[in-house]
Structure formats: structure tokens, C-alpha cells
Design a protein around this ligand. Structure first.
Ligand SMILES: [Zn+2]
Length: 140
């Protein structure tokens, strides 16, 4: 199994596509993700709570940009706190909501690049589909 180059996986993530093949869309709606890639069959949520790590990206981007904005508005433009803080409170609610999809996509690309041990093989997409369950498998 080959490792997906990080810049390629990252580029696909920015377009909200599967980091492995670049074909399947990650999201079915604004918040709802597809379970699997329509191109290669990779399961996006590899385990329960998998996307918890995306919160680190989302928090980091929001905190860094908000801090930068605060410093610029407060010390470059010398605005009082009463003018700076209320819009930044709105900012810290709106921006993570907007970046939610991108943080998940980047997290998936990041993890897909660095930990590809249990990822399905792109070359054999038929093997990546979930196994069919048989109703009479328990009976002897
Ligand atoms: Zn894919």
C-alpha cells in the first residue's frame, strides 16, 4: 500500500474530497458526512470518536486568527475593548462553524498520510466495501 503524499492529500482535503483517491465527496450536507468514499470505498470515520482530533485543528485556527485580529484591532488601530470584544465573540462562534468541514477534511488527510496502516487498498476498491451479512450464518 502506498502512502498518499501530504500535499496531495491536503489539496484534496481543501476541496472536501477523499484524501486517498480525490474522487468521492466527504460531505452530504453542511454537517453530515458520507460514510464511505464513492470512489475508493474508504470508510471516513475509522473508529468511534475518530473526528475528535479535528477539533484541535479547528480550535487552533480559530484561536490563532482571533488572537491576531485582537492584537491588530486593539494595538494597531487602538480601538477600545468595548469595540473589539463583541465582534470577536461573534467571530469565535461563526468561524469554527464554517471551518468545521475543513478541519475534518484536513484531519482525515493528516491521518491518512501519517497512519495508513488499516486503510483499504485503492487499487482494489471491491475489497473495500463492507462485508455482506448472511442471515443464516449462526445456524448449524
Ligand atoms: Zn476515495
Amino acid at each position: 500500500m502506498t502512502r498518499v503524499p501530504f500535499n496531495e492529500a491536503y489539496s484534496r482535503a481543501i476541496r472536501l474530497r477523499c484524501p486517498r483517491c480525490g474522487q468521492g465527496e466527504l460531505f452530504a450536507g453542511f454537517f453530515r458526512m458520507h460514510e464511505r468514499c464513492s470512489g475508493c470505498g474508504m470508510k471516513y470515520e475509522r473508529e468511534p470518536g475518530y473526528f475528535l482530533g479535528s477539533i484541535y485543528f479547528n480550535y487552533g485556527w480559530t484561536a490563532m486568527s482571533m488572537s491576531f485580529l485582537y492584537i491588530v484591532l486593539r494595538y494597531v488601530f487602538e480601538l477600545p475593548n468595548s469595540y473589539v470584544v463583541p465582534p470577536l465573540l461573534v467571530y469565535v462562534v461563526v468561524v469554527p462553524t464554517v471551518l468545521h468541514r475543513y478541519s475534518r477534511a484536513v484531519w482525515l488527510a493528516f491521518d491518512c498520510h501519517f497512519d495508513h496502516t488499516d486503510l483499504p487498498d485503492v487499487a482494489n476498491p471491491a475489497e473495500n466495501q463492507p462485508e455482506a451479512t448472511t442471515s443464516d450464518s449462526a445456524g448449524v
